[in-house]
Design a protein around this ligand. Structure first.
Ligand SMILES: [Zn+2]
Length: 285
């Protein structure tokens, strides 16, 4: 399919498309490695002036580690694959249970009993065969976690417990990799973008000093089906912006209360006594 067909598909003339994609090779000013099928597939995104060909190429070149293929990891993996992120590294040791299906939309009824990374990889292959998908069917800790984080350009924490979140935060701090972390419970959710190495960025440990975290889980308290979808989509949105080179909200936490339909943005200063990210209190994993 040629550029003319792409122009037809998105409802404009070839000249208009050439103008909108002004940095495309059509004009002889810049060569892109994207073929016509890719230009068509991602055309709605490429047409955004903030993304363009350059942003799409950045997404193609990106490697993202997704920790947890549950309620948050489902929309995160689906949208990053759909958007054309080049490589997704999926990490989850668990298998699909029937009680997951109310909110973990990357899995289906026929996946019951399968490893979540296998079930998710199958779904992503159907959605976008161009995306390279790697699987880690183990709990993420120690050397395994450090190696996976080191391989990635960006880490998405979609896990469901504080021990994993703290370990992931520490590994990201050590490897100086950006981390987008979200959490949901009952009818509440939160999201934070952390970028170790940036002077203005706190870390996840700054949000929860040791001993102040809660120990509740969805299996104990319940969770509204669509809530991880809301926060997971927000997480994926910040990921696409970050990978495409756009500004992301570092140093603030987004809080969503589904019951009252209220959003709040809370500034999160760097904790000068943080054992992970402060200048004088580094603790290696
Ligand atoms: Zn910190």
């Amino acid at each position: 399919m040629g550029i003319h067909a792409i122009a037809l598909a998105i409802g404009c003339s070839r000249q208009e498309l050439s103008f909108k994609l002004g940095d495309l090779c059509l004009c002889g000013r810049r060569v892109t490695r994207l073929n016509d099928q890719q230009l068509l597939r991602y055309s709605r995104q490429i047409l955004l002036p903030q993304i363009g060909i350059e942003g799409q190429e950045r997404l193609f070149a990106a490697k993202v580690l997704i920790i947890g293929l549950g309620g948050l990891g489902s929309p995160v993996a689906l949208y990053l694959a759909a958007a054309g992120v080049g490589e997704l590294l999926l990490a989850d040791f668990d298998c699909v249970d029937v009680s997951n299906l109310q909110r973990q939309i990357i899995h289906s009824s026929q996946d019951h009993g399968k490893l979540k990374v296998d079930s998710a990889a199958d779904t992503l292959r159907q959605l976008n065969p161009e995306v390279k998908v790697e699987r880690i069917a183990q709990a993420m800790a120690g050397t395994q976690l450090q190696q996976a984080v080191a391989h990635a350009d960006l880490v998405m924490d979609c896990s469901d417990n504080f021990a994993t979140r703290f370990a992931v935060n520490q590994a990201c701090a050590l490897a100086q990799k950006p981390l987008i972390s979200a959490a949901v419970i009952r009818m509440e959710g939160q999201l934070g973008v952390f970028w170790p190495g940036r002077s203005d960025s706190p870390c996840y440990r700054c949000l929860y000093p040791e001993g102040e975290e809660g120990g509740e889980s969805c299996s104990q308290t319940g969770i509204l089906a669509s809530l991880p979808g809301v926060l997971g989509c927000l997480q994926a949105t910040e990921a696409l912006k970050l990978l495409a080179g756009l500004a992301v909200p570092i140093g603030q936490v987004v809080l969503f209360d589904a019951l009252s339909s209220q959003w709040r943005m809370v500034r999160l200063p760097k904790d000068p006594a943080c054992p992970i990210c402060s200048d004088h209190a580094w603790s290696a994993p």
